[in-house]
Design a protein around this ligand. Structure first.
Ligand code: FE2
Length: 300
């Protein structure tokens, strides 16, 4: 009896030290800069989130807001719809969904690239999905002292036209000083090599930030944005695919090079990602994402 209680006490202490991650996971996270955790979200939560996302798209008027989202540096559209979305819930279209005449070439549900970027605060279903005890424990496990949910995206990667996301570091777009952004990417449906799963470079986070995406004038949306380059382009040499069953979460270090291919298959690949920073770090006014009327960032 005494031994059992001692073992129980020892287990409790191990849990307190490691938190939600065991020692193997903690080592893998530090070594690779990413960590795949299966079944972090249950199927009921995934379906609920997907239904809510489709309801948001249903309310979207694509003729009023023909904003296309792309990570291609040459064609990124930094229009008002995008720059003002840091504290809103907005839909962005796929590049290939809009024809040369500016008309939708697809049904609305098949034409949207993503919803962004504050549904984690402004929508009850998204807030519930994003603010679980497990998520709070994970942020603590990776060292975020004062976790603040900064940005979220529901990414459709629709069949046949789902666009690629070019190789990038998340800190390029969500910069803090020091760098603290951590990505939590959930497969809402099965993600495979065929339908555009994530790819990442193991260990690639042990490098510097190569580019910053900044506002040209912190106080003026119409001044647009640009990329400040401070090193050679990041390499995707050695990248590995991260196929993920629905409910799997992939945690990504802010400096980790990662990307996903286009979806040319006939299978959907919905995903949800939320990016969390440390509130103790400085958040510059020239970052593209500003909260506007949504107010201060919130934690768990
Ligand atoms: Fe990313």
């Amino acid at each position: 009896m005494e031994d059992e209680s001692r073992i129980g006490l020892a287990r409790g202490l191990v849990t307190m030290v490691m938190g939600i991650l065991d020692s193997t996971q903690q080592t893998a996270w530090e070594r690779d800069g990413f960590l795949v955790i299966e079944d972090l979200a249950d199927s009921v939560s995934c379906v609920e989130l997907q239904q809510r996302a489709r309801a948001i798209v249903e309310q979207f008027d694509p003729h009023a807001h023909r904003s296309v989202f792309t990570t291609n540096e040459q064609t990124r559209t930094s229009d008002d719809w995008f720059l003002g979305s840091g504290g809103e819930v907005r839909c962005f279209l796929e590049e290939e969904a809009v024809d040369s005449g500016g008309n939708l070439a697809r049904s609305k549900q098949g034409a949207v690239n993503k919803i962004g970027h504050a549904q984690h605060d402004l929508d009850a279903t998204f807030s519930r999905f994003s603010r679980t005890p497990e998520m709070a424990q994970l942020t603590a496990a990776v060292g975020l002292a004062d976790p603040k949910l900064l940005q979220s995206m529901y990414i459709f990667k629709n069949p046949h036209i789902g666009g690629e996301v070019t190789c990038h570091q998340d800190a390029t777009f969500l910069y803090t000083d020091p760098i603290t952004v951590t990505g939590f990417w959930f497969a809402i449906e099965d993600a495979t090599v065929d339908n555009g799963c994530l790819w990442a470079v193991p260990g690639g986070h042990r490098t510097t930030l190569r580019t910053k995406f900044v506002r040209n004038d912190a106080g003026d949306d119409s001044a647009g944005t640009s990329f400040e380059v401070s090193g050679p382009e990041i390499s995707k040499d050695g990248a590995v695919p991260l196929p993920a069953r629905a409910g799997t979460m992939v945690m990504l270090h802010g400096l980790l090079p990662h990307f996903s291919g286009p979806n040319r298959s006939d299978k959907r690949r919905d995903a949800y990602s939320v990016h969390i920073i440390d509130g103790t770090a400085r958040y510059p006014a020239e970052n593209w994402l500003q909260r506007g009327a949504a107010g201060p960032l919130r934690g768990f």
